[in-house]
Design a protein around this ligand. Structure first.
Ligand SMILES: C[S@@+](CC[C@H](N)C(=O)[O-])C[C@H]1O[C@@H](n2cnc3c(N)ncnc32)[C@H](O)[C@@H]1O
Length: 262
């Protein structure tokens, strides 16, 4: 396995458009069946928020990448959303989405599907408007730093979301655990952390970039969260079907966890 520095260097080749195509278009984004991975992720998030337990003033998304799907259900429960990413190219993609640039990825099927599963009769255009309004800033972040947002100073937030970040940027379990500790400083005590990630994955592709991934298992993720002071409230897994193994990574399973900082 490589070092944190080598991983960061490798991320400079990350191609957001290729990444979005690999993971967020058909066959992985097939909204006609709940058995598909993207609808599974959206349902996990919708169900977590609809309990009403996870709410507050500020929600922060760690390692947002070029994606916004992870915030579609959250936006009803927070006054403001802070997005973050290590790469300028990904932060730029989100800025373009906020400005409705014509060159952006089309998230409308995701927004429509989320409105459908939430079942509140909300117009998808209204959810789109709301999310755009609530995303207040997109900060640079490095989760390997003790103060991941440095030089930005923020009070701890009410909730954290992070999808496919920790295992995709950590060369070993020690740095995964340390990164988890670092981001946990950004969360208030009693605040919730919703994380989605890959299990048993060793790499993924994003254009020319072949990114090594730390192959963690369910037990390791749970142990890391508990050692970091979380109580695990919900843990779900999804097994990647053969039809979705399309050569862009070697992910075997996906997990969703809702944990509370004690
Ligand atoms: C696999 S992508 C996940 C993107 C998105 N959250 C999703 O659900 O598809 C991993 C993200 O981690 C970001 N990243 C890379 N190194 C990082 C670091 N040291 N700290 C925080 N984020 C980092 C990358 O720029 C990339 O956007």
């Amino acid at each position: 396995m490589c070092s944190i520095a080598a991983l960061k260097e490798n991320y400079q080749k990350f191609n957001p458009k290729a990444y979005l195509k690999n993971n967020y278009m058909p066959p992985r984004a097939d909204f006609s069946t709940e058995d598909c991975v993207v609808p599974w992720k959206l349902r996990c998030l919708a169900e977590a928020f609809e309990t009403g337990n996870i709410q507050g003033r500020t929600l922060m998304d760690i390692g947002s990448g070029p994606t916004i799907y992870q915030l579609l259900s959250a936006c009803d429960y927070f006054d403001e959303i802070v997005m973050t990413d290590f790469l300028e190219i990904n932060r730029e993609e989100i800025h373009k989405w906020l400005q409705n640039d014509p060159d952006i990825f089309d998230w409308s099927p995701y927004i429509k599907h989320t409105c459908k599963i939430e079942g509140k009769g909300e117009l998808w255009t209204e959810k789109l408007r709301k999310l755009r309004e609530k995303v207040r800033c997109i900060y640079p972040i490095d989760i390997h730093q003790r103060r991941p947002l440095h030089p930005v100073i923020m009070k701890p937030v009410d909730a954290l979301v992070s999808t496919f970040c920790l295992e995709a940027v950590s060369p070993d379990k020690e740095s995964f655990d340390k990164a988890l500790e670092n981001i946990t400083t950004l969360l208030k005590p009693k605040g919730y952390f919703l994380m989605i990630g890959a299990l048993h994955e060793t790499y993924y592709m994003a254009g020319e970039a072949r990114i090594p991934v730390l192959a963690v298992n369910e037990q390791e993720v749970k142990e890391s969260l508990i050692s970091c002071g979380y109580k695990i409230c919900i843990f779900k897994t999804y097994t990647m079907p053969t039809s979705l193994k399309i050569g862009v990574d070697d992910v075997q399973e996906i997990f969703f966890v809702q944990a509370q900082k004690m």
